[in-house]
Design a protein around this ligand. Structure first.
Ligand SMILES: NC(=O)c1ccc[n+]([C@@H]2O[C@H](COP(=O)([O-])OP(=O)(O)OC[C@H]3O[C@@H](n4cnc5c(N)ncnc54)[C@H](OP(=O)(O)O)[C@@H]3O)[C@@H](O)[C@H]2O)c1
Length: 308
């Protein structure tokens, strides 16, 4: 498996992360098999969140990992906090960050998190409180590295004014179908195209400038969670292009779609959410080849985008 040089972060981080949001659909035996398959493929990085099925995703991962016999130090466990759907609020208060980290540790049956991310902005967050919480978590050894998810550039700057620890990751939605992170620059200042709208405050370039590794979530989904675009008849051109390029490299369409993300020079990680070991094996072929410059553009245009 290809690894990513995460500046100020965990060593030996796989380019492909297994997201555990959909793990509650598996029983413990199947979840254990999924974790074993991942580790055998070199996917040593597991993403979770307190809100996934209200803690059940963390719990299922914890039970399955506990039975797996895999050494704790051989994998990287990441979770996210702050989305409190049960209370109808997003909460980055010190109290919530500390409490939810303890809950995550208990559910995942581990003494420490390799990575804790703040999941989505709390509209009334106080960066000084976040800084206090991170200090407590770092000092106690409960969390090794910190980062954010779905957080725009200027809010990262605001956090950085107070938080002492480097913000190592920003987890953002990015895929062939949801490529807004990169589209806008093509149509800069063009009043006839919606593509010119700045939807993210230059967050990708900010991350690159500040050595923050981007983790691309839902890399095979269309829309927010509308379904997988692989083999979806609504995306005929994209599937044709994925298939043709897949044939050239002897890999699946899903591997080509993930290779498209890994080919970006920001050196992002892709967080895949399959709970099917065969699908995960197919996807991991993405780390074995690099798309050419022209193939990358061919896929981008086949996904429905145009050049000005
Ligand atoms: N930070 C955030 O706000 C945020 C938001 C959403 C997700 N995430 C993270 O991102 C992870 C991945 O999200 P996701 O599950 O939406 O990602 P995804 O990899 O884009 O989608 C996975 C889904 O596509 C299906 N699928 C259908 N055909 C497939 C194929 N050929 N290969 C692979 N999958 C196929 C999978 O079903 P099978 O299981 O049957 O393969 C699964 O239901 C989550 O687990 C979570 O960790 C983060």
């Amino acid at each position: 498996m290809k690894t990513i040089n995460v500046v100020n972060g965990p060593a030996n981080a796989a380019a492909i992360i297994l997201g555990c949001m959909r793990m509650p659909a598996l029983d413990v035996e199947a979840a254990e098999k999924m974790i074993h398959t991942a580790v055998e493929l070199g996917v040593n990085f597991f993403d979770n969140a307190t809100c996934y099925s209200r803690g059940v995703a963390e719990e299922r991962f914890g039970e399955a990992f506990d039975r797996s016999g895999i050494r704790r130090e051989d994998i990287i466990i990441q979770t996210k906090c702050g989305l409190c759907f049960e209370r109808n609020e997003f909460d980055w208060t010190k109290e919530n960050i500390l409490e939810s980290t303890d809950d995550s540790l208990r559910r995942m049956k581990t003494d420490y998190l390799d990575v804790l991310l703040l999941h989505r902005p709390d509209l009334i967050f106080d960066p000084e409180e976040v800084a206090e919480a991170f200090d407590v978590l770092e000092r106690s050894g409960k969390v090794r590295f910190f980062g954010v998810s779905n957080v725009p550039a200027m809010q990262m700057e605001l956090l950085k004014k107070y938080v002492k620890q480097p913000l190592v990751f920003n987890q953002l939605q990015f895929s062939l179908e949801q490529s807004q992170l990169i589209d806008q620059a093509l149509f800069l200042n063009n009043k006839k195209s919606d593509m010119s709208l700045d939807r993210d405050n230059g967050t990708l370039d900010y991350c690159r400038l500040n050595d923050i590794t981007v983790q691309a979530w839902s890399p095979l989904q269309s829309g927010f969670f509308d379904g997988c675009f692989i083999d979806d008849p609504d995306y005929p051109e994209l599937n044709k292009a994925l298939e043709e390029i897949g044939e050239k490299y002897g890999v699946s369409k899903s591997a080509v779609a993930i290779a498209w993300i890994l080919r970006h020079p920001a050196k992002m990680q892709a967080i895949v959410g399959t709970m099917n070991p065969v699908h995960l094996k197919e996807i991991c072929d993405a780390a074995k080849f690099d798309l050419t410059h022209n193939e990358w553009y061919h896929l981008y245009l086949a996904s429905g985008k145009t050049l000005p």
